[in-house]
Design a protein. Structure first.
Length: 368
């Protein structure tokens, strides 16, 4: 079975010949309060065989989660003019509001059936950031799209004026998720046989985006349904996904070509490996195709946070993963992310114009 995707790897062969033992029929659950050696063993299996797992005992308080979903539902319920004020095309960082019909994730040529609001890492959303790295949000009229920071760092978030609580509630949630992400990346380092703190510096100012998605119900009987989000792989290193409510809609493709449901389980998050970590680990870790189909007849909300290293980090297959040779050339994390986000959001001329600028900022010479 062949799979192509604008947002995922450009071409991905899912073999019909895989041994059953390399496949999966369920998404593993990992309790983060187990002894570390057991967590690392479970993660090794989950990251190399499945690319998806649930985590329990993640430590993020439920009221913080409930608050962000309830504010987001109110935001999506606003009239269109209020939402358009925060439209991503009003900024330069490819984040903000994205309406229905805006994004095409897969090759079906149908737009995804969701609306979303996304934001990018900013030091003032991160308890651990140094006070002197705090940067006030730049006003739109002060932005200079030629400046490196306009894509790379902070000051880019387009917070909705009509729902000022969004900024507070999202920041509060995101701060907790960053903490969890920094714990998870240490565990991934151990799985990859690297020192536990290997990624720490690169995670001080992570290249990260978060997103709240609203999927309306869609007809169950449509033989050729539009998907809430089409089949894709995620871009960054890993995603921490919180599913709101009890709406089962996320589906994960196993190597046998079967879609495995990953329903919400109270008190857990879903974590999945993205293409950047698959590439960085020379495909030791698996970045698994997934999609959303909400045929429950109810509204669904979900909240993925995409985590990667700082945008200047050069992603080059890790020493511990190249016994049989490196499969990939080095690329800067920022360029990798930008290209993938922009290709399905900007028209061709705008893409080419911005690419020249971004490349000049993010491609330091690398000796291979
Ligand atoms: O809504 C979900 O459950 C998944 C969303 C997703 O896959 C994504 O935004 O990349
Ligand atoms: Fe995804």
């Amino acid at each position: 079975m062949a799979f192509t995707s604008f947002a995922g790897r450009s071409y991905n062969i899912v073999s019909d010949q895989v041994k059953q033992s390399d496949s999966f029929n369920e998404i593993p659950m990992i309790d983060l309060t187990q002894p570390q050696a057991r967590v690392v063993d479970s993660l090794r299996d989950a990251c190399t065989r499945v690319g998806f797992f649930y985590i329990s005992n993640h430590g993020i308080p439920q009221p913080v989660i409930d608050q962000v979903f309830s504010t987001a539902a109110e935001f999506f319920g606003l009239d269109d003019t209020a939402k358009q004020q925060a439209h991503f095309k009003n900024g330069t960082a490819l984040c903000g509001y994205e309406g229905f019909q805006n994004v095409y994730t897969d090759e079906t040529k149908k737009p995804d059936l969701n609306e979303a609001f996304s934001w990018r890492y900013a030091p003032d959303m991160d308890r651990l950031s140094e006070p002197n790295t705090k940067i006030e949000e730049t006003k739109p009229e002060e932005r200079n799209p030629d400046k490196e920071e306009d894509f790379l760092t902070s000051g880019q978030n387009l917070w909705p004026k009509a729902k000022p609580e969004m900024r507070h509630d999202i920041s509060q949630y995101y701060d907790h998720v960053l903490d969890l992400a920094r714990k998870l990346i240490r565990l991934f380092a151990l799985v990859l046989e690297l020192p536990e703190t290997y990624f720490d510096d690169m995670m001080q100012r992570p290249g990260s985006m978060g997103k709240i998605l609203h999927y309306p119900p869609q007809p169950a009987k449509d033989p050729d349904p539009p998907f809430g989000i089409g089949a894709h792989t995620d871009i960054e290193c890993f995603t921490i996904l919180c599913q709101g409510g009890d709406i089962p809609a996320l589906q994960v493709l196993n190597p046998n070509g079967e879609w495995i449901l990953a329903p919400p389980i109270p008190g857990t998050f879903v974590v999945n490996i993205g293409d950047m970590l698959a590439r960085w680990s020379n495909d030791t870790f698996r970045s698994t195709i997934h999609r959303v189909l909400n045929i429950t007849g109810r509204e669904r909300y979900s909240l993925p946070v995409f985590i990667g290293p700082s945008y200047q980090t050069i992603i080059q297959p890790l020493e511990t993963c190249i016994a049989n040779g490196a499969k990939y050339d080095p690329i800067s994390a920022g360029l990798y992310v930008w290209k993938r986000l922009a290709i399905s959001r900007l028209d061709k001329d705008e893409y080419e114009r911005q690419l020249v600028k971004i490349e000049s900022h993010l491609t330091p010479p690398v000796n291979v």
